[in-house]
Design a protein around this ligand. Structure first.
Ligand SMILES: *Cc1c(COP(=O)(O)O)cnc(C)c1O
Length: 477
């Protein structure tokens, strides 16, 4: 090319004086030529600029604060692929050490030096692995006994996280839902048994139900299943989806039995990137003992000259989160985790108390057992107000807060609720700012002379809601 001026936007071009800043960003096709890194950086950065600040995002469970050393460690490891065990053998060892630490937090009885577990990109992958293991164990037993094994099912409360629907559909394992009601707002053990049969691969209990923040009573479930298994000859086990609770209970409620101390709990998952205090994406699954991880799930691969054994759905993945997790364990220790979780819980309880005392609202539950809670509008207020919680969500977002409003799962779907998840990085002072913003928003909304669009839409659907609001149980709350 002779045209020496074909480049536009070279190193001397001022970023916001460049031609690129007069164009829209590419949507369908790759741009013809390169752009300077300064301009490209600014364009990408600015496209996400108007979003909420992650720490004001009270919708997410996922870590939005790590200290500078953790951030540096993770950035330093950004070019390491976890799967390259031959080249980076210490990463695999570090991952094994994290699994050990977590297994021991959950009172693993396993005697092996390295406990049986796996990492995943989040709890979703970890849940899948726990579910698949339960399915294969059940199938093997059925096969050996010469019984049909084509209709597996698992039992879970209707408060399940979407991953269990994915598990059900991808592996074609029927999901049987025990409905949550206002009286039974967690999995009811006796009710659960009614959904079990010879084809039940496991019951999934949830510690930190995503919708409500509550914990299923795993100890009671274990007891009920023990009697049921003894009576029927089945051996239905429990997988605990402790995506949030797995890093709360060991520190704040060590006396509560929900983990491997219980007879039928064979596997547990947790999100390293939720209360494990690591940036996304990291999840862990641990089995009570090697015998509960079916051999078919361990893949030996001859990879780049070495035999490596891997359990997981994924192959390549960043190693940085493992360094982040191990750093947090060393940096914080048991005491440090306890202090952080305690503070999150105290701030959550404070918000719960203050919001529950506001005139239009009531809390869904009196207890706060994980650092999150939901509330809804009092039925009489909901009837007469010109606004809904969706309007409050909008108003708060004008102050930068993301506080989600949504409807509860099956059976309770006419309840619009709002949820706050408190995490490391959310202080009492920030809570006071948020409360101030909620109070002023409510005051403004109360002055509306006409119903908002969301109120009009809600009134149209009110038929179902009014049956719920008039439901006898409601009066008791
Ligand atoms: C968040 C969550 C999941 C999914 O976890 P990811 O880490 O986001 O993949 C599964 N189950 C429960 C109960 C959760 O809260």
């Amino acid at each position: 090319m002779d045209d020496r001026n074909f480049r536009t936007g070279d190193a001397k071009t001022v970023v916001f004086g460049s031609d690129a800043m007069l164009k829209s960003s590419p949507v369908e096709t790759i741009p013809e030529g390169p752009t300077t890194p300064e301009i490209a950086y600014q364009m990408v950065k600015d496209e996400t600029f108007a979003q909420t600040q992650p720490r004001l995002n009270l919708a997410t469970f996922v870590t939005t604060y790590m200290d500078e050393y953790a951030t540096k460690l993770m950035n330093d490891a950004i070019d390491i692929n976890y799967i390259d065990e031959t080249e980076y053998p210490r990463i695999a060892v570090m991952s094994g050490k994290c699994i050990n630490i977590i297994a021991n937090l959950w009172n693993s009885p396993e005697k092996n030096t390295y406990k049986t577990g796996a990492l995943g990109i989040g709890s979703s992958e970890a849940c899948m692995l726990g579910g698949v293991a339960a399915w294969l164990r059940w199938r093997k037993k059925r096969q050996t006994a010469g019984l049909p094994f084509d209709k597996p099912n698992f039992v879970i409360s209707s408060g399940f996280q979407v991953v269990w629907e994915k598990f059900s559909q991808l592996w074609q394992v029927e999901m049987r839902q025990v409905p949550l009601t206002l009286e039974k707002n967690t999995l009811d053990p006796e009710e659960t048994l009614k959904y079990c049969d010879e084809n039940t691969i496991c019951v999934v209990a949830i510690e930190g139900v995503t919708w409500t923040g509550l914990n299923d009573d795993v100890e009671a479930l274990d007891k009920a299943l023990d009697a049921y298994n003894a009576k029927t000859g089945y051996d239905i086990s429990i997988h605990v989806d402790a995506a949030s609770g797995g890093f709360i209970l060991p520190f704040l409620n060590p006396e509560v039995k929900w983990d491997f101390r219980l007879k039928w709990v064979y596997s547990i998952n947790v999100s390293g990137h939720k209360y494990g205090l690591v940036y996304p994406g990291l999840g862990w699954v641990v089995w009570k003992d090697k015998q509960y991880l079916p051999a078919e799930m361990s893949f030996s691969v001859n990879y780049l000259g070495a035999e490596i054994t891997q359990v997981g759905l994924n192959f390549s993945r960043p190693a940085a989160q493992i360094l982040g997790q191990y750093y947090q364990f060393i940096r914080l220790g048991f005491q440090g985790y306890k202090e952080i979780q305690y503070n999150s819980m105290e701030v959550a309880k404070y918000l719960h108390k203050e919001i529950g005392a506001m005139q239009p609202f009531m809390n869904y539950s009196d207890d706060v057992v994980n650092p999150l809670f939901i509330w809804y509008m009092k039925p009489d207020v909901a009837k007469t107000a010109n606004w809904t919680l969706y309007d409050l969500q909008d108003k708060l977002s004008q102050n930068g807060w993301m506080v989600p409003a949504y409807t509860l799962p099956a059976n309770l779907e006419s309840y619009v609720v709002m949820r706050i998840v408190v995490r490391q990085g959310f202080s009492r002072d920030m809570a006071d700012m948020l409360l101030g913003d909620i109070r002023s928003a409510v005051e403004e909304l109360n002055q509306l002379a006409y119903p908002t669009n969301s109120k009009i839409a809600q009134d149209k659907n009110q038929k179902i809601a009014s049956t719920i609001f008039n439901h006898g149980s409601y009066a008791k709350k």
